[in-house]
Design a binder for this molecule. Structure first.
Ligand SMILES: Nc1ncnc2c1ncn2[C@@H]1O[C@H](COP(=O)(O)OP(=O)(O)OP(=O)(O)O)[C@@H](O)[C@H]1O
Ligand SMILES: [Mg+2]
Length: 248
């Protein structure tokens, strides 16, 4: 069965801060959806709400029609939805292989045997090109390698819908090209659905079939990558009012 994640009119307040204000979106297994918006527009908060790290103030989040918005995070992971952290948070005293093995054991696989989990972790690390770092302590990784390890941990859970928070940030043009190729290859191979939060426009527009734009917690546009970049509201949000008026 194709899994479907649906966010319906979700709100999140942090005291007086209205971080998310009535956002709705849908991600199907196999589909890559981009989520873009200026700093502080509520993107990470939305991912945290879906992952069960935060509770919505209002609204519903469902997986295959079942409400998941009151579930603890580990139950969400167990049902096949996993998220990377915007700032990577590996277990620093563990090797890369052990980090991914933890994800395998606590994820969707139901694999409780550590030897088998370590084997599976090795396979996942090879998938993301980190096989040579498998036995290196995660504390010794570069920032970019840590981001890749975050991606591997999400894949290790066996997630059918992945939530990626800026995994392409801070790369050189060459590294970005490699990372995008890797993502496309792995996505085709595994067939997961993805909600991809990203400031790097080239990555979002190339990888996503559908793009959602948020500003100040509200959805201001959505559609194909091409339709979204030509949308006056999006141009205004990104470049200011003058640029919007100057647009053809
Ligand atoms: N735990 C929290 N407590 C209080 N305020 C929060 C919390 N998390 C987020 N916020 C606020 O909610 C708003 C949205 O933040 P969020 O991190 O979701 O934005 P973002 O779109 O991910 O931004 P960026 O592109 O910079 O990562 C911001 O005003 C932020 O300060
Ligand atoms: Mg963020």
């Amino acid at each position: 069965m194709t899994r479907v994640l649906e966010v319906s009119d979700v709100h999140k307040n942090f005291g007086g801060v209205r971080a998310v204000q009535g956002v709705s979106l849908k991600v199907r297994e196999g589909q890559v959806v981009g989520l873009i918006g200026p700093n502080g527009s509520g993107k990470s908060t939305l991912l945290n709400l879906i992952a069960g790290v935060e509770r919505p103030t209002k609204g519903a989040i469902t997986l295959d029609g079942r409400r998941i918005d009151h579930w603890p995070a580990h139950r969400v992971v167990g049902q096949g939805i996993a998220k990377t952290h915007q700032i990577p948070k590996p277990f620093l005293a563990m090797t890369c292989r052990e980090n991914v093995a933890v994800a395998v054991m606590f994820g969707n696989h139901g694999q409780r045997e550590s030897a088998k989990a370590l084997d599976e972790a090795g396979r996942v690390l090879a998938l993301v090109g980190l096989e040579r770092k498998a036995d290196v302590m995660s504390s010794n990784l570069t920032v970019q390698e840590r981001k890749r390890l975050e991606f591997a941990r999400v894949l290790g859970t066996g997630a059918r819908i992945v939530l990626l928070d800026e995994i392409f940030a801070g790369l050189s043009p060459e590294e970005l090209r490699d990372a995008m190729n890797l993502f496309e290859r792995v996505q085709k191979e595994i067939g997961f659905g993805a909600l991809v939060v990203e400031h790097v426009m080239r990555a979002v527009l190339t990888l996503s079939e559908h793009v959602i734009v948020v500003e100040e917690g509200m959805k201001i546009a959505e559609g194909s990558p091409r339709a979204v970049v030509e949308d006056p509201a999006v141009i205004e949000a990104y470049l200011g009012v003058e640029a919007a008026h100057a647009a053809p």
